[in-house]
Design a protein around this ligand. Structure first.
Ligand SMILES: NC(=O)C1=CN([C@@H]2O[C@H](COP(=O)(O)OP(=O)(O)OC[C@H]3O[C@@H](n4cnc5c(N)ncnc54)[C@H](OP(=O)(O)O)[C@@H]3O)[C@@H](O)[C@H]2O)C=CC1
Ligand SMILES: Nc1nc2c(ncn2[C@@H]2O[C@H](COP(=O)(O)O)[C@@H](O)[C@H]2O)c(=O)[nH]1
Length: 327
């Protein structure tokens, strides 16, 4: 694999504008049986999403994936979402009790619309067996499997029955996999996405490493149907997690799903905890993301997300930001 690059190394090249206002640009995406307002999903992490946020997202036309770190709450969560006629989207692991959980859902006739298999190293027999188990017991559920970082992995999980695969091992803001193990797509996540997308015959979710709203357009350009984001969604008024003050500034915690804080023990730790600046309302960020993506579509010379997929780009190695920040 040569010619590697990451988000900050790429600039997309503008094409002639065909709209009179950015409001004419449509950021919606069909993913599975449903259409969502944005090709963006907040990470299925405990400091990013909870039941209240899931309801807000689902009620307002955004995709969501509930985390799996309160396993006993999942059945009541599905029932509550179904009672409100909202999309149901949960996560599972691969340990033996998760097999029983899937069978329990079948017996109770609770069929989630989306099930995400959320594992660090998704290119494994454990994930392949779980995909098959879900497809056998809940064939109507749309299965997202991950995480992976190679075309071989994408193909194997698709062949096992996955409806979408999630790409990204180690690019996350609170990830220490790359440091602790020496492996992953950290530092070349965008090139890994392109590599995987070329092999994929089903949708891909780009997961981790998004640092600016422009990175969403870049992900779409390089093959993502959906983009999973943690750190940019951390620290909002509604975000789960502790709020404290550091040097007179309000900050909120954001920790990795494989951190000691999540696991409650210091075993196979591959994540850390950090504090992010308090950001205000989650809906304001979603609205800003939509406006920025509408603008991206206009620069791509189109009216829909599809136009971004075909724009030219240049590789400007590590130089485009020159230390610039939005704020
Ligand atoms: N996207 C990313 O880069 C990463 C994400 N994470 C997140 O952290 C959370 C915990 O992940 P994970 O540890 O997989 O989940 P679990 O702790 O639920 O582990 C799942 C199972 O897979 C086994 N396992 C975990 N890692 C490996 C490995 N490298 N090789 C072989 N077997 C393995 C575990 O056994 P045992 O523990 O005994 O090995 C366990 O049986 C998830 O939410 C995941 O998304 C974690 C790291 C990287
Ligand atoms: N290596 C680890 N990766 C983790 C951990 N917890 C979550 N994640 C991954 O990060 C992304 C979010 O990335 P961000 O750059 O947007 O903040 C998330 O979706 C997971 O795939 C972890 O403990 N270790």
């Amino acid at each position: 694999m040569d010619n590697v690059f990451d988000y900050e190394d790429i600039q997309l090249i503008p094409a002639k504008c065909v709209v009179n206002s950015r409001s004419e640009c449509d950021t919606s995406v069909k993913f599975g049986k449903h259409t969502f307002k944005l090709p963006v999903v907040p990470a299925n992490m405990q400091t990013i999403i909870d039941e209240k946020i899931a309801v807000h997202l689902a009620e307002n036309g955004y995709f969501y994936i509930m985390h799996r770190f309160e396993p006993e709450a999942r059945i009541s969560f599905i029932k509550e979402m179904q009672a409100k006629d909202l999309i149901t989207s949960i996560s599972v692991g691969v340990k033996s009790e998760e097999y029983g959980f899937i069978e329990e859902l079948t017996s109770a006739n609770l069929v989630p619309d989306y099930i995400t298999i959320d594992i660090a190293h998704g290119h494994s027999n454990a994930v392949i067996e779980m995909i098959k188990h879900i497809k056998q017991h809940l064939p109507e559920s749309f299965v997202i499997a991950g995480n992976v970082g190679t075309p071989e992995a994408v193909r194997e999980l698709e062949n096992a029955g996955a409806d979408a695969t999630k790409v990204g091992i180690g690019p996350g803001k609170v990830c220490i996999t790359k440091i602790k193990t020496g492996f992953g797509t950290g530092g070349w996540q965008l090139a890994a996405l392109r590599w995987c997308a070329k092999a994929a015959s089903k949708p891909i979710i780009a997961d981790g490493g998004i640092r600016t709203h422009g990175d969403i357009a870049k992900s779409v350009r390089f093959g993502a149907s959906m983009v999973m984001i943690g750190s940019l969604f951390a620290g909002h008024e509604e975000s789960p997690g502790e709020t404290t003050e550091v040097d007179g500034k309000r900050v909120k915690e954001y920790f990795g799903s494989a951190s000691e804080f999540q696991k409650g023990e210091k075993k196979n730790v591959e994540g850390k905890k950090m504090f992010v600046e308090h950001k205000g309302s989650l809906q304001d960020t979603l609205t800003e993301m939509e406006q920025d993506l509408q603008s991206s579509i206009s620069y791509a010379g189109g009216k829909t997300l599809e136009s971004i997929k075909h724009v030219d780009y240049v590789v400007v190695k590590n130089s485009i930001f020159n230390g610039d920040k939005v704020y």
